[in-house]
Design a binder for this molecule. Structure first.
Ligand code: MTE
Ligand code: MO
Length: 224
């Protein structure tokens, strides 16, 4: 399954294929998705495949990090890494599943529940959704407010029990436990509380906004 490209995964969603017989599908659907700006990715020693959509990733020193909570909140707030690390901490061990087919089993993540950060800013009654922004200036993601309040959605500052490396989106990235990896935005810089869901970077390019592992993108959730 590793040969399945991101283009193929997008196209699976576009054409709604439910069965996946092999890499030949890639050839059949490639013309549909030629315009996507996919970047090559490499497997890391930890089993992750490294993804970015920009030419130069951000390299943020912990001391320079800040996270802004804005939009439909009672009080816009900006948290430093130290502010974030004063909040109650949660550690989750989950499989990390990319929609293109690779999976890393039992990955430990740690950080602060997104719901606690939203609570600190105070969400207004008219809000139904969240938009996440990255310091890379290009990638965005979305969740419904209800999804964002789940107890398996983290603003994470640790991966494999260490500070998150720059490559993996550190100092702070999102981790959305029950959804495909594309929801777990790297280099998190701001969270905007919004009236409605605004589809994220890959979502406007064909991925399912509803990214529950095993449900979306027309593939079965078979580990590779
Ligand atoms: N900013 C940003 N976040 C991102 C991506 C990206 O390209 N840019 N790729 C997503 C996808 S598709 C996956 S599977 C994971 C991969 O995480 P990794 O690069 O740490 O392995 O990050 C997600 N978050
Ligand atoms: Mo992914």
């Amino acid at each position: 399954m590793r040969e399945i490209t991101r283009r193929a995964a997008v196209a699976l969603g576009l054409v709604g294929l439910t069965a996946f017989a092999g890499v030949k599908v890639k050839d059949r659907i490639a013309p549909l998705t030629e315009s996507l700006s996919e970047k090559p990715s490499l497997f890391e020693s930890d089993g992750f495949q490294y993804f970015t959509v920009v030419d130069k990733d951000p390299d943020i020193l912990p001391a320079d990090f800040s996270l802004r909570i804005e939009g439909l909140v009672n009080q816009e707030i900006t948290l430093t890494l130290a502010d974030l690390q004063k909040l109650p901490r949660t550690r989750l061990v989950r499989d990390f599943q990319c929609v293109t087919g690779w999976r890393v089993k039992n990955v430990p993540w740690e950080g602060v529940l997104l719901r606690d950060i939203l609570g600190a800013a105070g969400v207004q009654g008219s809000a139904t959704a969240l938009k996440f922004l990255s310091s890379d200036g290009a990638y965005t993601e979305s969740l419904t407010l209800e999804q964002g309040m789940r107890k398996d959605v983290l603003v994470a500052d640790a991966l494999f029990d260490k500070a998150i490396t720059s490559k993996h989106g550190g100092p702070v990235r999102l981790f959305v436990g029950p959804m495909y990896g594309y929801k777990s935005l790297k280099w998190l810089s701001a969270i905007e509380v919004t009236k409605e869901v605004e589809p994220g970077y890959w979502e406007v390019r064909g991925y399912d906004v509803d990214a529950w592992v095993g449900k979306s993108n027309g593939r079965s959730d078979v580990p590779t």
